[in-house]
Design a protein around this ligand. Structure first.
Ligand code: GLC
Length: 425
């Protein structure tokens, strides 16, 4: 990771020298994600603002892995670097980064009522609005309509069904010469994305959310053990061995090139899979993730990204203006249509043009209502340590190094130690 971070930090710091412009105009630097077409959309949005406001914008792209991005941000912020004014931050970070972020309330207060109250609450730390919601995300199941139809299968509603359909279609297609087809691709690398996937397996079996709202560590339970063990059995069976190193874009690469029947991913993958140059264009369906075998309940992890202004910014008011513009209904609508990024403004889910571009958005409201949050509120400043311990424990099971029972038992002990028995996170 150091190897990636050093050049990025150098790039970011050297950009600081360019930050002035004529006539009272300033240059605002924003860090944007670069997953799929994120960076292109960020550039378009910020350029439109620059044109309108007379200021200038510099866009810095960041690593695709949320975990690597956090490490980069923490290094910059801990050094009090003023080179980035606006940070794109993950839904689980407001608590972790709050001390370095500006209270946006005085600049943006009026706009907050348009957004989901839960998202505004998520971004409010000790009464300070440290970020504005930019887009939301939930895990969904992508499937190949054409292949299910060809083999007389239907969209699976439980994890057990998913494994069955994936295995049958994979076997039939391979027998017919499609030798490298896999049943199911997802995010199995040891990083935050695996925390999201594994939380869905566990929570849909009523195995809890790793740490309960009151701080108690709950991960060592039979439902969780069974859910993680089941996922381990997918590897090298319906999922390629390489899934252990897949993040979002790796899974999308395989699925979009026609190499998988099912994929777990976030909504952004829709507009790309349906793109003019996509080999699976017109063949893709989106459904809720499969439900647990006992509960029947489908659970998605709530994801999403916010925009925050650094406390070290030299132009806080102008930076907040940019955040206000980018998080507005008009810009969220543009991003929903061009990139299937979920708005954080409920009214937009009734917008005809958005629904025409991404018809499955109509069903996302229900998925979002029942989505589970990662335990970032309960674990506070130790969230990343807790999540790191969780994804590592799960990864060991997926890679066959430990049994699910042994791995989750030692994870429980580790998290209990980290939080003094769940009492002090
Ligand atoms: C997506 C989600 C984000 C999550 C990440 C994990 O970007 O929006 O919340 O942490 O995936 O890979």
């Amino acid at each position: 990771m150091q190897a990636i971070l050093k050049p990025l930090i150098w790039l970011v710091l050297s950009l600081g020298m360019l930050a002035s412009a004529p006539g009272g105009a300033v240059t605002i630097t924003i860090s944007c994600g670069a997953v799929g077409i994120e960076l292109a959309l960020c550039r378009e949005g910020t350029e439109a603002w620059a044109k309108k406001s007379g200021h200038q914008v510099r866009v810095v792209s960041t690593p695709n892995s949320s975990s690597e991005r956090l490490a980069l941000y923490q290094q910059l912020l801990a050094a009090g670097a003023n080179d980035i004014d606006v940070f794109q931050i993950d839904v689980i970070w407001p608590g972790l980064l709050a001390n370095h972020l500006l209270d946006l309330e005085p600049y943006i207060a009026a706009d907050t009522t348009d957004h989901y109250p839960a998202m505004i609450a998520n971004n409010t730390v000790d009464g300070r609005l440290v970020a504005m919601p930019w887009f939301a995300s939930v895990g969904v199941l992508y499937y190949r309509q054409d292949l299910l139809q060809k083999h007389g299968e239907s969209v699976p509603v439980s994890w057990a069904e998913l494994a069955g359909v994936a295995a049958r279609v994979q076997a039939a297609e391979r027998a017919a010469g499609h030798a490298d087809l896999w049943g199911y691709v997802w995010q199995g690398r040891a990083y935050e994305g695996l925390t999201c996937n594994a939380l869905e397996w566990v929570a849909s079996e009523d195995g809890g959310t790793i740490v309960a709202d009151d701080g108690q560590v709950t991960i060592d339970n039979p439902a969780a053990v069974q859910a993680v063990a089941r996922a381990a059995a997918w590897v090298d069976n319906i999922s390629p061995p390489g899934v252990l190193n897949y993040a979002e874009e790796d899974a999308r690469g395989v699925f979009q090139s026609g190499g998988a029947v099912f994929m777990r991913n976030w909504p952004y993958a829709w507009s790309l899979a349906q793109g003019m140059d996509s080999p699976v264009r017109g063949q893709v369906g989106v459904a809720p993730l499969p439900g647990g075998s006992a509960s029947g309940r489908s659970v998605s992890t709530l994801g999403g990204w916010q925009l925050a202004v650094s406390s070290y910014s030299r132009h806080p008011a102008t930076a907040a203006e940019l955040v206000r513009y980018l998080t507005s209904a008009a810009e969220q609508k543009r991003r929903a249509i061009a990139g299937s990024f979920n708005p954080t403004i409920p009214a937009l889910y009734q917008d005809r043009e958005i629904l025409a571009a991404a018809p499955f958005f109509a069903n996302l409201l229900t998925i979002m209502d029942t989505a589970v949050a990662r335990p970032s509120a309960a674990t506070g400043s130790k969230y990343n340590q807790a999540s790191h311990a969780f994804w590592s424990a799960v990864h060991q099971v997926l890679s066959g190094k430990r049994t699910a029972a042994a791995s989750l038992a030692s994870l429980q002990a580790r998290l209990d130690r980290l939080s003094r028995g769940g009492k002090r996170w």
